[in-house]
Write a new protein. Structure first.
Ligand SMILES: [Zn+2]
Length: 354
Protein backbone atom coordinates (compact mmCIF):
# COMPACT_ATOMS: atom_id res chain seq x y z
CA UNK A 1 0.00 0.00 0.00
CA UNK A 2 1.31 3.41 -0.87
CA UNK A 3 0.14 6.75 0.41
CA UNK A 4 1.55 10.20 0.33
CA UNK A 5 3.50 11.67 3.17
CA UNK A 6 3.15 15.32 3.75
CA UNK A 7 5.66 17.48 5.41
CA UNK A 8 4.84 21.03 6.05
CA UNK A 9 7.47 23.67 5.95
CA UNK A 10 6.76 27.13 7.16
CA UNK A 11 8.10 28.70 4.03
CA UNK A 12 5.73 26.61 1.99
CA UNK A 13 8.35 24.29 0.53
CA UNK A 14 6.46 21.05 0.93
CA UNK A 15 8.24 17.78 1.02
CA UNK A 16 6.51 14.75 -0.38
CA UNK A 17 7.47 11.20 0.31
CA UNK A 18 5.61 7.93 0.35
CA UNK A 19 4.68 5.51 3.09
CA UNK A 20 5.14 1.85 2.36
CA UNK A 21 3.45 -0.97 4.18
CA UNK A 22 5.66 -3.86 3.18
CA UNK A 23 8.84 -3.37 5.10
CA UNK A 24 12.10 -5.03 4.21
CA UNK A 25 13.63 -6.15 7.44
CA UNK A 26 17.28 -7.13 7.46
CA UNK A 27 17.19 -10.93 7.72
CA UNK A 28 19.77 -13.72 7.49
CA UNK A 29 19.27 -17.49 7.60
CA UNK A 30 22.54 -18.35 9.39
CA UNK A 31 25.21 -16.58 11.40
CA UNK A 32 27.76 -14.36 9.69
CA UNK A 33 31.32 -13.57 10.84
CA UNK A 34 33.76 -15.26 13.21
CA UNK A 35 32.85 -18.97 13.56
CA UNK A 36 29.60 -18.38 11.66
CA UNK A 37 27.94 -20.47 8.93
CA UNK A 38 28.79 -17.68 6.48
CA UNK A 39 26.43 -18.59 3.66
CA UNK A 40 27.19 -16.39 0.66
CA UNK A 41 23.78 -14.58 0.46
CA UNK A 42 23.81 -13.91 4.22
CA UNK A 43 27.34 -12.50 4.15
CA UNK A 44 26.36 -10.23 1.24
CA UNK A 45 23.35 -8.94 3.18
CA UNK A 46 25.53 -8.04 6.16
CA UNK A 47 28.24 -6.49 4.00
CA UNK A 48 25.71 -4.31 2.21
CA UNK A 49 24.06 -3.33 5.50
CA UNK A 50 27.41 -2.36 7.04
CA UNK A 51 28.11 -0.21 3.97
CA UNK A 52 24.75 1.52 4.39
CA UNK A 53 25.46 2.43 8.01
CA UNK A 54 27.52 5.57 8.56
CA UNK A 55 30.94 5.31 10.18
CA UNK A 56 29.63 7.43 13.00
CA UNK A 57 27.08 4.73 13.77
CA UNK A 58 29.74 2.03 13.56
CA UNK A 59 29.14 1.13 9.92
CA UNK A 60 31.54 0.87 7.02
CA UNK A 61 30.11 3.71 4.92
CA UNK A 62 33.39 5.65 4.97
CA UNK A 63 35.41 2.66 3.66
CA UNK A 64 32.83 0.38 2.04
CA UNK A 65 33.32 -3.37 2.02
CA UNK A 66 33.34 -5.29 -1.21
CA UNK A 67 29.96 -7.05 -1.35
CA UNK A 68 31.27 -10.47 -2.43
CA UNK A 69 29.58 -12.80 0.07
CA UNK A 70 32.91 -13.86 1.53
CA UNK A 71 33.41 -13.32 5.28
CA UNK A 72 37.06 -12.34 5.10
CA UNK A 73 39.20 -10.37 7.53
CA UNK A 74 37.81 -6.99 6.49
CA UNK A 75 34.18 -8.09 6.87
CA UNK A 76 34.86 -9.69 10.23
CA UNK A 77 36.66 -6.68 11.63
CA UNK A 78 33.85 -4.44 10.31
CA UNK A 79 31.37 -6.56 12.29
CA UNK A 80 33.54 -6.25 15.41
CA UNK A 81 33.83 -2.49 14.91
CA UNK A 82 30.06 -2.22 14.58
CA UNK A 83 29.54 -4.29 17.73
CA UNK A 84 31.97 -2.16 19.75
CA UNK A 85 29.83 0.85 19.02
CA UNK A 86 26.38 -0.69 19.35
CA UNK A 87 26.13 -3.86 21.46
CA UNK A 88 27.56 -5.30 24.67
CA UNK A 89 28.76 -8.71 23.44
CA UNK A 90 31.68 -8.35 21.02
CA UNK A 91 32.13 -11.72 19.33
CA UNK A 92 32.61 -10.66 15.70
CA UNK A 93 29.51 -12.57 14.65
CA UNK A 94 26.00 -11.59 13.53
CA UNK A 95 23.37 -14.16 14.55
CA UNK A 96 19.96 -14.39 12.82
CA UNK A 97 18.02 -13.25 15.88
CA UNK A 98 20.84 -11.77 17.90
CA UNK A 99 21.40 -8.31 19.31
CA UNK A 100 23.73 -7.25 16.50
CA UNK A 101 21.20 -7.71 13.69
CA UNK A 102 18.55 -5.97 15.78
CA UNK A 103 20.90 -3.04 16.30
CA UNK A 104 21.67 -2.98 12.57
CA UNK A 105 17.97 -2.80 11.73
CA UNK A 106 17.75 0.18 14.03
CA UNK A 107 20.82 1.84 12.56
CA UNK A 108 19.27 1.49 9.15
CA UNK A 109 16.31 3.57 10.21
CA UNK A 110 14.00 1.03 11.77
CA UNK A 111 13.13 -1.33 9.02
CA UNK A 112 16.18 -1.81 6.92
CA UNK A 113 14.66 0.38 4.25
CA UNK A 114 17.28 1.91 2.03
CA UNK A 115 17.39 5.42 3.38
CA UNK A 116 20.09 6.38 0.90
CA UNK A 117 17.51 6.25 -1.88
CA UNK A 118 18.04 8.94 -4.45
CA UNK A 119 15.97 12.07 -4.58
CA UNK A 120 15.08 12.57 -0.96
CA UNK A 121 18.45 13.92 0.01
CA UNK A 122 18.06 11.92 3.19
CA UNK A 123 20.98 9.67 2.48
CA UNK A 124 24.52 9.81 3.71
CA UNK A 125 25.79 13.27 2.99
CA UNK A 126 28.92 13.72 0.87
CA UNK A 127 32.09 13.11 2.78
CA UNK A 128 30.52 10.35 4.86
CA UNK A 129 28.74 12.76 7.15
CA UNK A 130 25.91 11.18 9.09
CA UNK A 131 22.42 11.99 7.85
CA UNK A 132 21.26 11.80 11.47
CA UNK A 133 21.34 14.48 14.08
CA UNK A 134 21.93 13.64 17.73
CA UNK A 135 18.74 13.46 19.78
CA UNK A 136 18.27 16.79 21.48
CA UNK A 137 16.89 16.21 25.01
CA UNK A 138 15.30 19.67 24.80
CA UNK A 139 13.09 18.43 21.96
CA UNK A 140 11.88 15.44 23.96
CA UNK A 141 11.08 17.64 26.96
CA UNK A 142 9.33 20.06 24.63
CA UNK A 143 7.20 17.32 23.09
CA UNK A 144 6.11 16.07 26.51
CA UNK A 145 5.17 19.61 27.55
CA UNK A 146 3.48 20.25 24.24
CA UNK A 147 1.32 17.13 24.48
CA UNK A 148 -0.67 18.60 27.37
CA UNK A 149 -1.36 21.79 25.43
CA UNK A 150 -2.31 19.90 22.28
CA UNK A 151 -4.83 17.87 24.29
CA UNK A 152 -6.28 21.10 25.70
CA UNK A 153 -6.92 22.62 22.28
CA UNK A 154 -8.30 19.39 20.78
CA UNK A 155 -10.70 18.97 23.71
CA UNK A 156 -11.69 22.62 23.39
CA UNK A 157 -12.41 22.08 19.69
CA UNK A 158 -14.50 19.01 20.49
CA UNK A 159 -16.36 20.95 23.16
CA UNK A 160 -17.21 23.72 20.70
CA UNK A 161 -18.47 21.13 18.22
CA UNK A 162 -20.66 19.56 20.91
CA UNK A 163 -22.19 22.98 21.61
CA UNK A 164 -22.86 23.60 17.93
CA UNK A 165 -24.13 20.11 17.14
CA UNK A 166 -27.85 20.53 18.08
CA UNK A 167 -28.12 23.41 15.60
CA UNK A 168 -26.63 21.65 12.59
CA UNK A 169 -29.14 20.08 10.29
CA UNK A 170 -29.62 19.54 6.59
CA UNK A 171 -30.73 23.13 6.10
CA UNK A 172 -28.84 26.42 6.39
CA UNK A 173 -27.79 27.09 9.98
CA UNK A 174 -30.21 29.22 12.03
CA UNK A 175 -28.37 30.62 15.04
CA UNK A 176 -30.30 30.41 18.30
CA UNK A 177 -31.20 33.58 20.15
CA UNK A 178 -31.40 34.40 23.84
CA UNK A 179 -28.81 34.72 26.60
CA UNK A 180 -28.75 31.00 27.41
CA UNK A 181 -27.72 30.16 23.87
CA UNK A 182 -24.69 32.45 23.90
CA UNK A 183 -22.18 29.54 24.11
CA UNK A 184 -23.81 27.77 21.15
CA UNK A 185 -23.85 31.02 19.17
CA UNK A 186 -20.13 31.51 19.83
CA UNK A 187 -19.42 27.95 18.73
CA UNK A 188 -21.41 28.45 15.51
CA UNK A 189 -19.65 31.77 14.90
CA UNK A 190 -16.30 30.03 15.28
CA UNK A 191 -17.33 27.35 12.79
CA UNK A 192 -18.41 30.11 10.44
CA UNK A 193 -15.25 32.12 10.83
CA UNK A 194 -12.95 29.18 10.13
CA UNK A 195 -14.87 26.74 7.95
CA UNK A 196 -17.59 28.98 6.43
CA UNK A 197 -20.21 26.52 7.60
CA UNK A 198 -22.91 29.21 7.62
CA UNK A 199 -22.61 29.56 3.85
CA UNK A 200 -23.66 25.98 3.17
CA UNK A 201 -27.27 25.14 2.33
CA UNK A 202 -26.69 21.69 3.85
CA UNK A 203 -23.96 21.92 6.50
CA UNK A 204 -24.60 18.46 7.91
CA UNK A 205 -22.08 16.36 5.91
CA UNK A 206 -19.31 18.95 6.36
CA UNK A 207 -19.98 19.21 10.06
CA UNK A 208 -19.89 15.43 10.33
CA UNK A 209 -16.45 15.33 8.66
CA UNK A 210 -15.06 18.06 10.90
CA UNK A 211 -16.38 16.30 13.98
CA UNK A 212 -14.97 12.94 12.95
CA UNK A 213 -11.56 14.49 12.35
CA UNK A 214 -11.34 16.06 15.82
CA UNK A 215 -12.70 12.94 17.52
CA UNK A 216 -10.02 10.91 15.78
CA UNK A 217 -7.39 13.42 16.87
CA UNK A 218 -8.49 12.91 20.45
CA UNK A 219 -8.22 9.14 20.02
CA UNK A 220 -4.79 9.49 18.41
CA UNK A 221 -3.56 11.61 21.34
CA UNK A 222 -4.74 8.99 23.81
CA UNK A 223 -2.15 6.63 22.41
CA UNK A 224 0.43 8.62 24.28
CA UNK A 225 -1.22 7.73 27.56
CA UNK A 226 -0.37 4.09 27.13
CA UNK A 227 3.30 4.59 27.77
CA UNK A 228 5.29 6.80 30.03
CA UNK A 229 5.50 10.00 28.01
CA UNK A 230 8.93 10.76 29.40
CA UNK A 231 10.31 7.58 27.90
CA UNK A 232 8.23 7.22 24.79
CA UNK A 233 6.13 10.03 23.41
CA UNK A 234 4.87 7.48 20.94
CA UNK A 235 2.73 9.70 18.76
CA UNK A 236 4.98 12.73 18.57
CA UNK A 237 8.62 11.88 18.13
CA UNK A 238 11.69 14.01 17.44
CA UNK A 239 12.92 14.19 13.86
CA UNK A 240 16.32 12.57 13.49
CA UNK A 241 17.19 13.52 9.93
CA UNK A 242 19.40 16.55 9.47
CA UNK A 243 17.97 17.16 6.01
CA UNK A 244 14.39 17.34 7.26
CA UNK A 245 15.27 20.29 9.48
CA UNK A 246 15.68 22.39 6.36
CA UNK A 247 12.54 21.05 4.74
CA UNK A 248 9.89 21.04 7.43
CA UNK A 249 8.77 22.07 10.88
CA UNK A 250 7.09 18.69 11.23
CA UNK A 251 6.11 15.80 9.00
CA UNK A 252 3.84 12.82 9.00
CA UNK A 253 1.99 10.56 6.68
CA UNK A 254 -1.60 11.27 5.64
CA UNK A 255 -3.77 8.65 7.26
CA UNK A 256 -0.86 7.52 9.43
CA UNK A 257 -3.34 6.84 12.22
CA UNK A 258 -4.78 3.98 10.19
CA UNK A 259 -1.53 2.41 9.05
CA UNK A 260 -0.01 -0.70 10.57
CA UNK A 261 2.90 -0.18 12.93
CA UNK A 262 5.12 -1.77 10.26
CA UNK A 263 4.43 0.89 7.65
CA UNK A 264 7.44 3.10 6.98
CA UNK A 265 7.98 6.43 5.35
CA UNK A 266 9.68 5.70 2.08
CA UNK A 267 13.19 7.11 1.73
CA UNK A 268 13.27 7.90 5.45
CA UNK A 269 12.58 4.38 6.71
CA UNK A 270 10.97 5.57 9.95
CA UNK A 271 7.53 4.39 11.15
CA UNK A 272 4.67 6.05 9.26
CA UNK A 273 2.30 5.94 12.23
CA UNK A 274 3.98 8.85 14.03
CA UNK A 275 4.26 12.59 13.79
CA UNK A 276 7.81 13.90 13.61
CA UNK A 277 8.61 17.26 15.11
CA UNK A 278 11.77 19.03 13.97
CA UNK A 279 14.22 20.74 16.28
CA UNK A 280 13.60 24.05 14.48
CA UNK A 281 10.18 24.10 16.11
CA UNK A 282 11.91 24.90 19.42
CA UNK A 283 12.54 28.43 18.24
CA UNK A 284 8.87 29.11 17.57
CA UNK A 285 6.21 30.50 19.88
CA UNK A 286 4.14 28.02 21.82
CA UNK A 287 0.98 28.86 19.87
CA UNK A 288 2.84 28.15 16.65
CA UNK A 289 4.16 24.84 18.01
CA UNK A 290 0.66 23.75 19.02
CA UNK A 291 -0.68 24.92 15.69
CA UNK A 292 1.90 22.90 13.73
CA UNK A 293 1.14 19.82 15.84
CA UNK A 294 -2.62 20.08 15.21
CA UNK A 295 -1.97 20.69 11.50
CA UNK A 296 -0.01 17.42 11.37
CA UNK A 297 -2.66 15.65 13.44
CA UNK A 298 -5.26 16.65 10.86
CA UNK A 299 -3.20 14.97 8.09
CA UNK A 300 -2.57 12.03 10.35
CA UNK A 301 -6.25 11.21 11.06
CA UNK A 302 -7.46 11.87 7.55
CA UNK A 303 -7.68 9.20 4.89
CA UNK A 304 -9.39 8.37 1.68
CA UNK A 305 -12.04 9.35 0.77
CA UNK A 306 -11.78 12.23 3.23
CA UNK A 307 -8.23 13.45 2.83
CA UNK A 308 -7.13 16.52 4.73
CA UNK A 309 -4.17 17.95 2.87
CA UNK A 310 -2.64 21.34 2.20
CA UNK A 311 -5.27 23.05 0.10
CA UNK A 312 -2.99 26.06 -0.16
CA UNK A 313 0.20 24.84 -1.78
CA UNK A 314 2.31 27.96 -1.51
CA UNK A 315 2.80 29.25 2.00
CA UNK A 316 0.95 26.34 3.49
CA UNK A 317 1.03 27.74 7.00
CA UNK A 318 -1.38 30.55 7.77
CA UNK A 319 0.28 33.94 8.18
CA UNK A 320 -0.35 37.47 7.04
CA UNK A 321 1.21 36.83 3.65
CA UNK A 322 -0.66 33.61 2.93
CA UNK A 323 -3.97 34.64 4.54
CA UNK A 324 -5.65 35.81 1.29
CA UNK A 325 -5.10 32.36 -0.30
CA UNK A 326 -6.59 30.66 2.76
CA UNK A 327 -9.58 33.02 2.79
CA UNK A 328 -10.20 32.39 -0.90
CA UNK A 329 -10.79 28.68 -0.40
CA UNK A 330 -14.33 27.41 -0.90
CA UNK A 331 -16.10 25.92 2.16
CA UNK A 332 -15.63 22.36 0.82
CA UNK A 333 -11.88 23.04 0.50
CA UNK A 334 -11.65 24.58 3.95
CA UNK A 335 -12.90 21.40 5.58
CA UNK A 336 -10.04 19.58 3.83
CA UNK A 337 -7.33 22.04 4.78
CA UNK A 338 -5.04 20.96 7.62
CA UNK A 339 -4.20 24.54 8.51
CA UNK A 340 -7.88 25.35 9.05
CA UNK A 341 -8.11 22.54 11.59
CA UNK A 342 -5.11 23.98 13.40
CA UNK A 343 -6.67 27.44 13.34
CA UNK A 344 -10.03 26.25 14.70
CA UNK A 345 -8.46 24.31 17.58
CA UNK A 346 -6.10 27.11 18.55
CA UNK A 347 -8.99 29.62 18.52
CA UNK A 348 -11.18 27.24 20.55
CA UNK A 349 -8.48 26.53 23.12
CA UNK A 350 -6.53 29.77 23.10
CA UNK A 351 -7.90 31.13 26.35
CA UNK A 352 -7.10 27.87 28.09
CA UNK A 353 -3.41 28.04 27.27
CA UNK A 354 -1.14 30.03 29.49
ZN1 LIG B 1 0.41 20.19 5.79
Amino acid sequence: MEINCLACARDGGCFEATAIDDVVILRISGSVGAGGMNKTPDVSIIQKALNDISAEDGGAAAAPLKVDGIAGTLTRSAITRYQQKNVTIIDGRVDPNGPTIRAMNESLGGGGVDIVAAGSGAGVAKGGKSPFQPLDPKVVTKIVGLLAKIRVVIRAANFQLDLASPFIGTKKIVKPTGPFQAPARLALNLLDAVFDLGKLSNPSPSFHNIRTAYKNMDVALNRSFETDPLIAPILFVPNKFVVMETKAAAYTSAGGAFLSSKARLKKLGVPADRIYLCNNLLNESEIHQVSVAVHELAHFVSGRPFLIDDQVKTGRMLNSASKPSFDALKPEQKIRSAEHYAFFAVLAGFRRLD
